[in-house]
Design a protein around this ligand. Structure first.
Ligand code: MG
Length: 258
């Protein structure tokens, strides 16, 4: 069942989203060669708690950290740790959720560590832009699968693969609510989008094959089957009567879409 949010609930989610978006924007300046993935997690947790909010991921299904930090061929759900030191040329995605007065925002970005290859930069840019291609369809009266269809078309036109095993989701008082938001498929199917729906739209794309495998070692990290790079970009989006509200953008991205 898709739960429609009222104005007060959306207000709380937006307050949370403002913090999530700001943290992800600040990570641009924080991420550099020589830091560990746990340094990123510590930064994220400190910033969330400083705002009086709760890191949604911590303890979620037993996940041990406040952020998922996924390096290079790891697509999602990387566990931050002290042993993993970022080096020049890596790419790293960071996924963050914050709970504010019971309401959640969820967002992710993929970052360059120092100078990266042209292909890696293109993967990151295509992943981000594919979100905005999907966003055009986030309007009341459209159908849910219009979003994923637009994402898939854009990603594949650019020569990359859409991951089929992981999808976006509704978000609200819980991090994962109905509906599932696929990043692929035919347009014109699924529920009609309505004012008050809140969706975490999160393209996950691979440089090579679409297939991914979950690490047997830690039971969490999901990596590309062929070991090539993966990227992830996510925002929490509210459907309105007019333009969609993207509540987890940092100030730079906010001004570029308005
Ligand atoms: Mg999500």
């Amino acid at each position: 069942m898709i739960r429609i949010k009222n104005d007060e609930q959306i207000r709380r989610m937006a307050e949370s989203g403002k913090v999530t978006g700001r943290i992800l924007e600040e990570l641009e300046g924080f991420i550099q060669p020589g830091i560990t993935t746990l340094d990123i997690d510590n930064f994220v947790e400190e910033q969330i708690r400083k705002e009086g909010m709760i890191p949604t991921f911590k303890g979620y299904n037993g996940f041990p950290a406040s952020a998922c930090v996924s390096v290079n061929e790891v697509l999602v759900h990387g566990i931050p740790n002290t042993a993993q030191i970022l080096k020049e040329g890596d790419i790293v995605s960071v996924d963050v959720g914050a709970t504010h007065k019971g309401w959640v925002s969820d967002a992710a970005r993929t970052y360059a560590v120092g100078r990266i290859s042209e292909e890696a930069a293109r993967l990151i840019a295509v992943c981000k832009q594919s979100f905005f291609e999907g966003l055009r369809y986030c309007r009341a009266g459209n159908r849910l699968t219009d979003i994923g269809h637009a994402i898939q078309v854009y990603v594949e036109e650019n020569g990359f693969s859409v991951v089929l095993d992981y999808v976006g989701h509704g978000v609200g008082s819980k991090m994962h609510e109905d509906p599932q938001v696929r990043n692929y498929g035919e347009a014109g199917k699924g529920p009609v989008l309505q004012k008050g729906m809140a969706l975490a739209i999160e393209p996950m794309i691979n440089e090579g094959v679409a297939e991914v495998v979950t690490s047997e070692e830690d039971g969490w990290s999901v990596r590309t089957r062929d070991g090539k790079l993966a990227a992830h970009y996510e925002n929490t989006v509210i459907i309105t009567d007019g333009n969609p509200l993207v509540i987890t953008l940092g100030s730079a991205d906010q001004s570029s879409i308005s």
